[in-house]
Design a protein around this ligand. Structure first.
Ligand SMILES: [Fe+2]
Length: 153
């Protein structure tokens, strides 16, 4: 496409947009599957970060669920992330594969696209969110948290 000097800019723009969509989709799905398969019991570094930024695990969980359920019936990702710029931890609302906070490093990601839960839970997205939280691999989340905090210091 670069060799075609007459290529309309919007065509190249479409290609660059798709690059973001596909990159986001691959990375977020890999993070998603890797942060599943645990016992859902948070501990270690992430427990400290959640307490620091949300007051308690329970407060964090309530906010994470609310963020995720706000995407139910639509599409997107709920992403617990460490922000390298602000050095804060947030639950970010991500409408699609490209919609991420700048410099937010994902610690825990939850797929809220309908395909992730509709076969098992129908429209009951909140039940899927509850089941997800019972199966989080917090050891993987802790590895990401250690790396993120180191990168931000
Ligand atoms: Fe998905």
């Amino acid at each position: 496409m670069l060799a075609d000097k007459d290529l309309p800019p919007y065509v190249y723009g479409d290609l660059k947009r798709e690059e973001l969509v596909r990159t986001g989709s691959v990375v977020l799905h890999e993070y998603y599957f890797a942060n599943l398969g645990g016992d859902g019991k948070a501990g270690g570094k992430i427990q400290d970060l959640l307490k620091q930024w949300f007051g308690s695990y329970e407060q964090w969980e309530a906010e994470f669920k609310r963020t995720a359920n706000a995407l139910g019936g639509g599409s997107g990702w709920a992403i617990l992330a460490y922000n390298l710029h602000t050095r804060e931890v947030h639950n970010y609302w991500s409408w699609d594969h490209m919609h991420n906070a700048p410099t937010g490093l994902p610690l825990l990601v939850l797929d809220m696209y309908e395909h992730a839960y509709h076969m098992d839970y129908g429209a009951a997205a909140a039940k899927y969110v509850d089941a997800f939280l019972q199966n989080v691999n917090w050891e993987e989340v802790n590895r990401r948290a250690e790396t993120a905090v180191k990168a931000g210091s």
